[in-house]
Design a protein around this ligand. Structure first.
Ligand SMILES: C[S@@+](CC[C@H](N)C(=O)[O-])C[C@H]1O[C@@H](n2cnc3c(N)ncnc32)[C@H](O)[C@@H]1O
Length: 221
């Protein structure tokens, strides 16, 4: 799980290039420590053995000169560790079981600034049905507004998604139409844009969307 807030830096796969002066990028992970529940421990043994703090730092240093602020512990501590309503960007990628993802997502409602963006990884993978279940339940019943999805990431806000959707449309209008396959839908009454790999490059999807959204967040907050 990773949070960008005023006063931050970024992870291996989530590396917004424009973290501003005076901002902090905070990463939280158990890094092999005991989890808050037995099913969480089991998940970690099955899927994340070997993701130690040392490995994380080694990977991170391949991309950045300085390490982010690192919190070693359960993701639930973040509402005590970070200022509330101050984060611009939160990337959720800790425990993938339904109750954990739901709790992590709800915590972003506390931590994000009004128009902050929350991104969930693995929103549609076979091994993590709880991620999509949590996301759609929060969309249906708790006011989470989707913005767009790429093959791996689900982008949303607890604020008003309209300016992001409009800006996304404007951005797509200036983008080579072969870069993305663009589809639209309304889910639980909320509009959502689906961006999947186009023909010109298979690497364009997640990173391109992430870079654009990070720019939008920086402009708006
Ligand atoms: C899919 S990995 C993602 C790691 C990191 N986002 C990356 O891309 O390198 C999931 C991570 O969640 C951590 N994790 C699992 N349960 C957690 C919890 N309750 N609190 C904090 N981290 C947790 C695991 O230790 C593991 O490193």
């Amino acid at each position: 799980m990773a949070f960008g807030q005023r006063g931050v830096r970024s992870t291996r796969r989530f590396t917004p290039s424009g973290v501003g002066q005076g901002e902090t990028f905070t990463v939280v992970d158990l890094f092999g420590d005991p989890a808050p529940s037995e099913d969480n421990d089991e998940e970690n043994r099955q899927s994340y053995a070997g993701l130690t703090q040392e490995v994380f730092c080694e990977n991170y240093r391949r991309v950045h000169d300085e390490l982010p602020a690192i919190v070693r512990g359960p993701s639930t501590v973040m509402t005590d560790r970070l200022a509330h309503a101050a984060c611009r960007f939160a990337h959720i990628d800790a425990g993938h079981l339904f109750e954990q993802v739901r709790a992590d997502l709800l915590d972003t409602r506390t931590l994000l600034a009004a128009q902050g963006i929350v991104v969930a990884d693995d929103w549609r993978t076979i091994h993590a049905p709880g991620v999509s279940a949590a996301l759609w339940e929060l969309v249906a019943n708790h006011g989470l507004s989707p913005i767009c999805v790429s093959s791996m990431k689900f982008y949303a806000t607890w604020g008003d998604a309209t300016p992001y959707l409009e800006a996304l449309d404007r951005w797509l209008a200036t983008t080579d139409p072969r870069a993305f396959d663009v589809r639209r839908d309304r889910v639980h009454g909320r509009p959502i844009t689906m961006l999947t790999d186009g023909h010109i490059t298979s690497r364009r999807d997640g990173p391109g969307t992430a870079r654009w959204l990070w720019g939008e967040v920086k402009r708006r907050l």
